[in-house]
Write a protein that binds this ligand. Structure first.
Ligand SMILES: NC(=O)c1ccc[n+]([C@@H]2O[C@H](COP(=O)([O-])OP(=O)(O)OC[C@H]3O[C@@H](n4cnc5c(N)ncnc54)[C@H](O)[C@@H]3O)[C@@H](O)[C@H]2O)c1
Length: 267
């Protein structure tokens, strides 16, 4: 019996990195996974990995910044799986730029995916979770939602917004007796393709506190050396926390922050 057996889970940004890890881990613990991503090929690969391992999953193409698509995706889940219990708002991007050269269109794009996407997910997903008897929403923030980082102001603003939106959503759900818990996860430096994809605008090198002196690369190995534990985390390290928050093991947690960062925010 898996820890989330019989549950239906929707994971956004499931075509890569942490989202893929979460989709695989939830399916391995018995959930039926609806994997969504703008990257249709990567998402299909995630679903193939799950089904090959004997799990249940299907793919939907979704841009989380598009509210109409959110309504359609939730409608699709209602039509096919009938129920929804777990929503992992994971899709996100990171743009490295100092404030003085950051283009407004980049600021807006980052906010629309990282913040609007989470708002739409809760707005459209929670009613179905409540109608399914309740469940758990997991919003992926970051250590950048807990502390500032030069060169990542826009990203910090977006992840800080996710942190407090999560707490307000948790209170609204509790007040409405929906039996829906809402928590945020705060990964540190996790070895995923986000580092290679990160557009640089005006920054020769990002200046996160974790970067070792003199480092001028986004190589996760090097960045990992700047974290107290000494190495970058893996998507599975975050997926383990997501499964915990998705399962009944965390039944008394809502509006909380699960920090998984190798000690980055300990000092
Ligand atoms: N990797 C890290 O070190 C780290 C640290 C803290 C927080 N995070 C957060 O974790 C989440 C996952 O990041 P990751 O490291 O796995 O990155 P990733 O780039 O490997 O995966 C992100 C996925 O989101 C998808 N995506 C991007 N824009 C989208 C959109 N508009 N609609 C739907 N899907 C979209 C991408 O196609 C990709 O598959 C993000 O929210 C990120 O900010 C990552």
């Amino acid at each position: 019996m898996g820890r989330v057996s019989g549950k239906v889970a929707l994971v956004t940004g499931a075509g890569s990195g942490i989202g893929r890890g979460a989709a695989i881990a939830l399916a391995a613990e018995g959930a039926t996974v609806v994997a969504t991503d703008v990257d249709t090929a990567g998402n299909a690969e995630t679903v193939a990995l799950i089904t090959k391992a004997g799990g249940k999953a299907r793919a939907l193409t979704q841009d989380v910044a598009d509210e109409a698509r959110w309504a359609a995706v939730i409608g699709d889940v209602k039509a096919h799986e009938k129920e929804l219990h777990i929503l992992v708002n994971n899709a996100g991007i990171a743009i490295a730029a100092d404030i003085f050269t950051m283009e407004y269109k980049d600021w807006q794009r980052q906010m629309s995916i990282n913040v609007d996407g989470v708002f739409f997910g809760v707005k459209h997903g929670v009613p179905l979770i409540a109608a399914s008897g309740g469940g758990s929403v997991i919003n992926i923030s970051s250590v950048a939602g807990l502390q500032g980082a030069a060169g990542l102001a826009g990203y910090c603003a977006s992840k800080g917004a996710v942190r407090l939106f999560t707490k307000a959503a948790a209170l609204e759900c509790a007040q409405a007796k929906m039996n829906v818990r809402v928590n945020s996860v705060h990964p540190g430096i996790i070895d995923t393709s986000i580092w290679q994809k990160m557009p640089q605008n005006g920054m020769g090198a990002i200046q996160m506190p974790a970067i070792a002196a003199g480092a001028n690369t986004l190589d996760p190995q090097l960045i990992g050396q700047g974290t107290p534990i000494g190495y970058a985390g893996l998507p599975s390290d975050i997926a383990n926390g997501i499964v915990f928050l998705a399962s009944e093991e965390s039944r008394y947690m809502t509006g909380a922050e699960l920090v998984i960062d190798g000690g980055m925010t300990a000092s």
